[in-house]
Write a protein that binds this ligand. Sequence first.
Ligand SMILES: *Cc1c(COP(=O)(O)O)cnc(C)c1O
Length: 432
Amino acid sequence: MSDLAASPFDTLLSAPHALTRAACETLDASDPLAPMRDQFVLPDGVIYLDGNSLGPLPKASRERASEVVDIEWGRDLIASWNTHEWFDMPQRLGRKISQLLGGTAGGCVVSDSTSVNVFKAVTAALELQRGDSERTVIISERQNFPSDLYIVEGLRDLLDRGLELRLVDDAAGLQEALGPDVAVVLLTEVNYRTGELWDMTEVTQQVHAAGALVVWDLCHSAGALPITLDESRADFAVGCTYKYLNGGPGAPGFVWVAEQHLATARNPLSGWWGHTRPFAMETGYVPAAGAASFQVGTQPILSLAVCEVGIDMALQTNMRHVREKSLQLTDLCIALLQTRLAEFDLTLVTPREHARRGSQVSVVHPEGYAVMQALIAAGVIGDYREPGVLRFGFTPLFTRFVDVWDAMEVLRDVLTRESYRAQEFQRRGVVT
Ligand SMILES: *Cc1c(COP(=O)(O)O)cnc(C)c1O
């Protein structure tokens, strides 16, 4: 980010007394992404810092939802599979995701949940390594999103061929763990809890040097930072569309396969939508060419239609601007934590270094859960992750600099008055 080196923003951060709400308003006034905010439905009185868990509703998604329900389903019924190109939707959206993630040489489909796609991608990668019987290890991160690890555990037990799941804690641990016994490495580019970012290009090189293949989980990176899948030589990638891509609750995830594996990678879930001629209703399974074979069964068309709106918005946005603003928002949040909230028992767990940070700021507080409930009650929506982590996600498309200021002031108030000690903030819901 060398072009930011001498920016007014850096000057601002280096002079704590200049950090004021008015200074944040000035930053908003010159923000090239500021007009995007108006494209979202954002309830009054709410500062939404949870777009990394569920992106808010784009206004255009409302219209698309009523069109696909009333016209395509309601009026045109089953003909819509052809006339409204429903059948091609997972592939059409996949092409858009490939473009967004710098992976147009590879293939992609938007289909199924990320957890299911982790299963497909890791299994396919393992099968590509099958020729080398010495390679029996799958490496992942101890602090990875649990579902990714649960899927690998299940796969290991299902295949019952002596596979081992080896967990590492950091880049040094990964280096140490890589060896001639490693088949596949499954990493999440941006950690869901800390916001720590792996160097995709460098790590992919290391994995390849050890003769292994890498599956990247991009749930917390797609839509939040520039990604170059082809250039990084990634083997497989999966990710969500309902976080930074604002695709809607439960919108399908994606699975991407690198060019060099398109002809050989096999989807273990050999359903009819991955067949080369699904409507021929043939007896034997013949996989479709390319990433289309990574589909399984009938897709959630309503969700796909709505999710395309979010993907289109990301595609129309300059990801370099998104990344610049994301780093500024997170820098600002960290600076406020260190100045206006320095007296409180808050421990930053997000890396300060730009190259190692995604688009969120996480801090640990001994009463983290209750503090977040008190914040939410006061209109600042972040979320809570065990153990003790207050998580604030910053989506540059709709988050303003004043939102960061105001959110941190509310946090300061909650901690000063200890309002989080109230009984009502101790109770836990099913979903945190
Ligand atoms: C959000 C997230 C998931 C979610 O998976 P689903 O199958 O969509 O529930 C998986 N992995 C990571 C790293 C995530 O952040």
